[in-house]
Design a protein around this ligand. Structure first.
Ligand code: PLP
Length: 409
C-alpha cells in the first residue's frame, strides 16, 4: 500500500490525538529507521527515550526471545522466578531499596502519588484527605486525569475536568519557591530533574541538591520523575546523580522496556514502599516475567556498554556542534548528555517545519511546543550519524527560511 493510503487509513480509523510527521516506518535497527519505501532515516528522537538502546538491540531481542520460550504473563497472583532478581537489579542501579513495577510512565507516576499520600497520612500525620504534593510549573508527567490536573498545558487539560485537588505548583528551577509552598499538609515534592516535554529545560546547577536539603529539613518526601531523563539520557545512569540528590522515590519507565515493551517502575526507600499492603495497588501486567526479562537485560546493557558515559561524551559533541551553528533563527541551545533542546525564533521559523525539512533530509525529530526542536538520539548512535543529523539540521533551517509546504496538525 502507498504511504499516503497507509496514513489515510490511520486517520480514518484512529483518534487524532497525535499529529505525526508524514512518514510511514516499517523497520529499524540501532539508530536507523526505514520507511515503507526503504528510505533510511537517522532516529534523533528514540521514541521519547523508549528506544534509548536503539531499535531491536540484539541482546534485548535475545533476552525477550529466551523468556518467550519459557513463560509469558502469569499475573502477580503468583510468584515468578525472575521478578525478585529484577527488583534487586533495579535497587542496585538506583541505590534505593524496593520496587513496584508497572507498565506506562503515567502509571508509575500514579503509583508515586499514591505512595506519597499514604506516607503523608501514615507517617507524617497529615489530616485525612488533605495531603498535598508540590510540583513544578511546566511539568509533564503523563496523561491520566489526576496527572493532567496538575499540568499547566491548556490542551492537555481542556475538557477533561473536574481534576483531583492536592497539588500546588512552583516555578521550575526555583527551590526557594518550592520551600515557600511547604505547609503542614505537604507530603512530597515531585519534579522532573530536567523538564523534557517543556523543551529540555535544564534547571540551575544545585537545584536538585537544594530540593534534597529542603525536603530533609521539612521531613517530606522528594520524588523525581526520571521516566525520560533516566537510563543514561543525561550522561549519568540517572539525572539525580549529577548532584548530591538521591530521592526517596524514583519514577522510571520508557528505556527500562528496552524499546520492546512498556515497563515502568516506582523505586523507593523501604519505609516509603512499605505503605503498600495487599490490595492497595496493582496492575495485571505490572512486573510480568517478560517485562522482568527485558528490564533486567536493559539494566545490564546500560552497565556493560557504558551507555551513560557514551551519552556524556557524545552529548558534549552534539551540544558543541549545535552551538557552533551560526543561524539567526537559533535563540538557545540547551541540554545535558544526548538530550538537546534548540529554542527557535518562532517568528522566523516553526519547529514543526524544521522537523518536516529534517525528515526530507533523512533525519527524524519532533518539536515540542511551537518553538523547540528536541533531539534525543539512541545512546548507541555513531558519532558520524550524529554529525550528519546536525548538518541536516543546519540545512533544514535554510530550507525553512524559504516558503515551505506545511503539514497539518
Ligand atoms: N513522565 C515523564 C517525565 C515523561 O516524559 C512521560 C512521557 O513522556 C511520562 C511521565 C509518561 O509516560 P508514558 O507516556 O509512558 O505514560
Amino acid at each position: 500500500m502507498l504511504p499516503r493510503n497507509l496514513i489515510d487509513r490511520e486517520i480514518r480509523f484512529g483518534a487524532q490525538n497525535y499529529a505525526p510527521l508524514p512518514v510511514v516506518l516499517s523497520h529499524g535497527r540501532g539508530a536507523h529507521l526505514f520507511d515503507v519505501e526503504g528510505r533510511r532515516y537517522i532516529d534523533m528522537m528514540s521514541a521519547y527515550s523508549a528506544a534509548s538502546f536503539g531499535h531491536l538491540h540484539p541482546r534485548l531481542v535475545a533476552a525477550m526471545q529466551r523468556q518467550l520460550e519459557r513463560l509469558d504473563i502469569v499475573s502477580r497472583a503468583f510468584h515468578s522466578d525472575n521478578l525478585g532478581a529484577f527488583y534487586q537489579d533495579l535497587a542496585a542501579i538506583t541505590g534505593l531499596d524496593a520496587c513496584l513495577v508497572m507498565n506506562s510512565g503515567a502509571e508509575a507516576v500514579e503509583t508515586a502519588i499514591k505512595a506519597a499520600r499514604r506516607f503523608g497520612y501514615d507517617e507524617l500525620a497529615i489530616r485525612a484527605d488533605k495531603a498535598e504534593i508540590i510540583v513544578a510549573a511546566g511539568n509533564f508527567h503523563g496523561r491520566t486525569t489526576t496527572i493532567v490536573g496538575f499540568s499547566d498545558d491548556p490542551e492537555s487539560r481542556r475538557g477533561f475536568g473536574p481534576f483531583a485537588p492536592g497539588f500546588a505548583a512552583a516555578p521550575f528551577g526555583d527551590a526557594e519557591a518550592i520551600e515557600e509552598l511547604i505547609g503542614r499538609h505537604t507530603a512530597a515534592v515531585l519534579v522532573e530533574p530536567i523538564q523534557g516535554e517543556a523543551g529540555v529545560i535544564v534547571p540551575p546547577k544545585g537545584y536538585l541538591a537544594s530540593l534534597r536539603r529542603i525536603c530533609d529539613r521539612h521531613g517530606i518526601l522528594l520524588i523525581f520523575d526520571e521516566v525520560q531523563s533516566g537510563f543514561g539520557r543525561t550522561g549519568r545512569n540517572f539525572c539525580f546523580e549529577h548532584e548530591d540528590a538521591r530521592p526517596d522515590g524514583l519514577i522510571i519507565g520508557k528505556a527500562l522496556g528496552g524499546g520492546l515493551m512498556p515497563v515502568s517502575a516506582f523505586v523507593a526507600r523501604r519505609s516509603l514502599m512499605d505503605v503498600f499492603s495487599p490490595g492497595s495497588h496493582g496492575s495485571t501486567f505490572g512486573g510480568n516475567p517478560l517485562a522482568a526479562a527485558v528490564g533486567r537485560e536493559a539494566i545490564a546493557l546500560l552497565r556493560d556498554e557504558n551507555l551513560a558515559e557514551r551519552s556524556h561524551v557524545l552529548g558534549e559533541v552534539l551540544l558543541q556542534a549545535l552551538r557552533a551553528i551560526n543561524h539567526p533563527a537559533i535563540v538557545e541551545v540547551r541540554g545535558k548528555g544526548l538530550w538537546a533542546g534548540v529554542e527557535l525564533d518562532a517568528s522566523m521559523v516553526k519547529a514543526k517545519d524544521v522537523c518536516l525539512a529534517l525528515m526530507r533530509r533523512g533525519v527524524l525529530a519532533k518539536e515540542t511546543h511551537e518553538s523547540v526542536l528536541r533531539l534525543a538520539p539512541p545512546l548507541v548512535i555513531a558519532e558520524d550519524d550524529l554529525m550528519e543529523a546536525v548538518a541536516a539540521f543546519r540545512a533544514a533551517l535554510d530550507d525553512c527560511a524559504a516558503p515551505s509546504e506545511r503539514y497539518a496538525g
